[in-house]
Design a protein around this ligand. Structure first.
Ligand code: UD1
Length: 422
């Protein structure tokens, strides 16, 4: 798919009813793929989502000498990792996905060097790397920036260290933890991210033979081992895709059963939906969200897990845009994440932004218009708003959405929406 060729055409309003199945999380699968570099031999990953970013990470691993095989019909991926992988990740791939930075820790600890082009990813804020760098330097790495590359070396290997993150960064926790598993001695990382993705990654590393304690708590302790072996692991269900469907049900006064969705990973977002008037019940393999009236506006503030996820912030703004009453949505994780508000205003939403707060006054119905998806989650938030709009909305640059939501248009149609890929 070329980057400008797809748009979604949505004819609203719609009421979404039916069942949808959630597969593995993008933000877990990409990290599991990168961590596979730690173990020579044939690693197997299951429940890998069939999305563009997985293809990009596969290509990155191939260029590092891995043999990657993915079957979209079964969602099973095998990654055969050589004894000595390469150490260079080029700009053409790295610029497309932020998660490419996750090869830094594994390469540095395994082959003692890494040259990684500075990553791109979504346009949602400045997304520094200073915590990643400080942590790896504390473990003995020498790191410099040259010609747009991070050049990292540790000729004698990494050694354990005690590290305190200034903010519980997901990416920095992952890079430092994956570097620590093959370092000499013990690494203690304080103020780590506690997202389920981190636990999923830690469990994969433990299956490879890593010694890790404290996953899911604010401090992780890693005892370095000499080598790791290939492992078999199933990717955690995508909590952001799950949350998106839950918001879709609430916003469209619908009734969606989300198969494979983990309500226990979405406690605060689901509490917000209940406060907005939704009825949520568990089912044998997921949960059901039912709404029979217009949502009531709810205040939301994003925070690291277990707080309200920043990746569901656009959905929260969209919900408030069609709710009764008014609410404030506060973004505490990424500073530039209100860019999509301008697009939502094109649908008639009543929103005022002041710094990292957005004040939203709900309207009974929005009105369809052409809009631009600026990143994955903003794109999904616009689609939900389009479903609550009168007339046709064209969401341009929908390739962003497809990076995070496999079969989005197809799933929406199966739930009763009028959606076409154009
Ligand atoms: C990951 C997710 C992203 C999600 C985010 C927060 C992936 C590929 N992306 O991004 O979808 O929104 O977690 O849940 O998994 N920061 C620094 N210095 C650093 C690292 C981070 O200042 O060295 C800042 C960032 O600019 C941001 C905040 O810390 O303001 C959180 O970033 P982080 O948790 O690292 O997010 P990512 O891992 O980039």
């Amino acid at each position: 798919m070329t980057e400008s060729s797809t748009a979604l055409r949505i004819a609203g309003p719609a009421r979404l009813v039916g069942e949808v199945t959630v597969t593995g999380a993008k933000n877990s699968a990409l990290k599991l793929m990168a961590a596979s570099l730690l173990a020579p031999g044939k690693n197997t990953l299951r429940n890998v989502p069939d999305i563009a970013d997985v293809g990009i990470m596969s290509e990155l691993l191939r260029r590092l000498g891995c043999v990657v095989d993915f079957d979209p019909a079964t969602n099973v991926m095998t990654i055969e990792v050589p004894q000595t992988p390469g150490h260079i990740a080029e700009y053409d791939l790295v610029r497309k996905i932020r998660a490419s930075i996750n090869v830094l820790g594994p390469l540095l600890t395994r082959v003692h060097q890494a040259e990684i082009s500075l990553p791109g990813g979504d346009a949602i804020g400045s997304r520094g790397l200073d915590f990643h760098i400080a942590g790896l330097e504390a473990m003995g790495a020498a790191i410099s920036f040259e010609h747009g590359f991070i050049i990292a070396t540790a000729p004698a290997g990494l050694r354990g260290a005690e590290i305190e993150l200034k903010f519980p960064s997901v990416g920095a926790t992952e890079n430092i933890m994956t570097a620590a598993v093959l370092a000499s001695g013990t690494t203690i990382i304080h103020n780590v991210a506690r997202e389920p993705d981190i636990i999923d990654l830690g469990e994969y590393l433990i299956k490879m033979g890593a010694q890790i304690e404290g996953l899911g708590s604010p401090t992780i302790t890693v005892n370095g081992v000499k080598e790791l072996h290939a492992a078999d692991h199933s990717t955690l269900a995508d909590r952001i895709v799950t949350g998106t469907w839950a918001f879709a049900a609430a916003m469209t006064q619908g009734d969606i059963t989300i198969k494979g969705g983990r309500a226990d990973h979405l406690e605060i977002p689901l509490d917000k939906l209940v406060a907005a008037g939704a009825v949520i019940t568990s089912t044998p393999d997921g949960f059901r969200v039912k709404m029979d009236k217009r949502p009531v506006a709810v205040d939301v503030a994003t925070l690291p897990y277990p707080g309200f996820p920043t990746d569901l912030q656009p959905m929260a703004i969209s919900l408030n845009a069609i709710a009764t009453g008014s609410a404030i949505v506060t973004e505490n994780v990424f500073e530039a994440r209100f860019m999509f508000v301008n697009e939502l205003q094109r649908l008639g939403a009543n929103i005022t932004v002041d710094g990292h707060h957005a004040a939203i006054s709900g309207k009974e119905q929005l009105s369809g218009a052409p809009v631009l998806a600026t990143d994955i989650r903003a794109g999904a938030g616009l689609v939900l708003a389009a479903l609550c709009s009168d007339g046709v909305t064209i969401v341009e640059d929908a390739f962003h959405i497809e990076r995070g939501y496999p079969n989005f248009a197809q799933d929406l149609r199966a739930l009763g929406a009028q959606v076409e890929v154009i």
